[in-house]
Design a protein around this ligand. Sequence first.
Ligand SMILES: [Zn+2]
Length: 226
Amino acid sequence: MLIAQVWQYCMTIGRMLLYLLCPPFCTYCREPLDVRVALCNHCMQEIQPCVAIDVALTDRRDMRVYAVGKYEGPLKKLILAKGHSERVACYYMAQLMLQHLNLQVHAIDYILYIPLHWSRYAERGYNQAEEIAYALSKQLQVPVLPLLKRVKKTSFQSSLGKDDRQGNVKDAFVYVPEIAANHMIKDKRLLIVDDLMTTGSTLVAAVKTIAPLKPQLVIAAVLARV
Ligand SMILES: [Zn+2]
């Protein structure tokens, strides 16, 4: 009992110190905030909401993609993570996805993420999609599976024309057989996460890679859509 009280006391002091040393502010307009959230109410209203869309995986099968909003204004700034720690930005992105996308209704078994090629990961030191996946996992109480691996160093999709994008990500991914074998993906419900969707070619290429494992459902969630 006493230990719990001391712990509570230390946590309160910790929070106060954090508030004093690093006061919360809106990541877009820099307005000071009372609580540590991504955006102030005014900037939240600037997000242009997106309806969910279906992208074709095959002639007969679609995948639903949920996005918080359009890739502009506050969401664009969060993805580019300028002016604040990238990992904090990822936490905020997950928070916005939880607030807007009602992901808990899909009874997801595992969360996947779009991986970076190892060389790009080494350059950046972190993968935004992976960080978002782990932040979502904590809140949704659903495990993350590092099932996908990027084996081809692709050009940035945004630097290519529409026709080149599919070719760019073709054969870019494989699944990790040991992880697939240990987790029985067949008939499972999967959520795949990325920060941004342009044409959807990357998401489609990744999900086609795991099609032989026969999941029951795959849905995708991104922060923003172009
Ligand atoms: Zn603001």
